[in-house]
Design a binder for this molecule. Structure first.
Ligand code: AKB
Length: 316
């Protein structure tokens, strides 16, 4: 059966590309985009859109009923850096939106949920390299705490109410199409914009700060693949580690220098350094590979080529 999809938080960094990808796959009318405010022209004109506050359970239930929704992708969240400035607001948005959607599935109003977790579930006591799927998790940011609690809720609703919820621990995501909104990994997008506009970039993360990262197309494919997978193949109902590329700011700079030889990078770390220092350098995603056939495709140099080519024509 073809799903009727609702994307909550459709105008954000991941939501906007996911909406277009799902509309390409299932048809424009089968994918209802929603957000607290309107998004890009492409998103608004390519299919149905609803203004929706992810913390308003009644409003979500109303949109689900109105459009006969079967699958919800809950992409609304406050990311790590902004969340540190508004801890309780972040907790409210990140937790309550998830509980509202889980309750709809428990009450059989929807069939399937996608909910994004993050590498932020890990903390300073987690093994840093090739971080295992199951390991010490003592996140020290409010964003990480909300994602870890969310993972526990997902698994609980699956075990207790058979809710079909699927989740990925996204690394930092990079795309030329939409800007990220308030994360610790945002430098890896900014650096490409500044390489084109200014020929130089000051990184808010220090030299040697390795983090798990991924080009957006890989993340969108992973999201669609895990939702397409057979129920019996989804063996982890908290959230799957997902690995793409691991790099530090100076690695992106040298990749850019292959195209813009006089590009320069300087460092001026701020509070986001403290967050990055608690996250893994790289993660192990063997479970995602084995359970539902995940593999990443795009390398750092391929990503650099795509980013620079597209941003050059954007800024022309
Ligand atoms: C952030 O930096 O907060 C996000 C994330 C890794 O979840 N990009």
């Amino acid at each position: 059966m073809m799903p009727n999809i609702l994307i909550i938080g459709a105008c954000g960094q991941i939501g906007s590309e996911l909406t277009i990808a799902l509309r390409d796959k299932y048809g424009n009318d089968a994918v209802i985009a929603s957000d607290i405010r309107e998004g890009s022209q492409e998103l608004m004109e390519s299919g149905p859109f609803e203004i929706l506050d992810a913390t308003d359970s009644k409003a979500i239930a109303h949109v689900v009923e109105k459009h006969n929704i079967s699958d919800v992708y809950l992409m609304a969240a406050m990311l790590s850096a902004v969340a540190e400035k508004n801890p309780l607001k972040a907790w409210d948005l990140n937790m309550n939106s998830l509980l509202h959607v889980l309750n709809l599935a428990r009450d059989k109003k929807i069939n399937k949920i996608f909910w994004p977790s993050s590498i932020a579930v890990f903390g300073p006591t987690t093994p840093k390299n090739n971080t295992p799927q199951r390991t010490i998790m003592e996140p020290s940011t409010v964003y990480g705490i909300s994602k870890q609690a969310g993972e526990r809720w997902c698994e609980y609703y699956f075990n207790r109410y058979s809710v079909d919820v699927r989740s990925i621990r996204y690394p930092g995501l990079i795309s030329y199409k939409t800007l990220p909104g308030g994360g610790t990994t945002d430098y890896a997008v900014d650096i490409y914009h500044k390489a084109i506009t200014d020929g130089t970039y000051t990184s808010f993360l220090n030299k040697g700060t390795f983090l798990p990262m991924m080009y957006m197309d890989d993340a969108i494919n992973a999201t669609i693949n895990i939702m397409d997978a057979d129920t019996k193949d989804i063996k982890i109902r908290s959230s799957y580690n997902l690995s793409g590329i691991s790099f530090a700011p100076e690695d992106v700079a040298s990749s850019i220098q292959n195209h813009i030889s006089d590009f320069t990078l300087t460092f001026n770390p701020d509070f986001r350094q403290d967050i990055a220092d608690t996250w893994p350098n790289s993660v192990n995603d063997t479970d995602a590979q084995n359970d539902w056939g995940w593999s990443s495709k795009i390398s750092l140099d391929e990503m650099t080529e795509i980013m620079l080519k597209n941003l050059k024509s954007y800024y022309k």
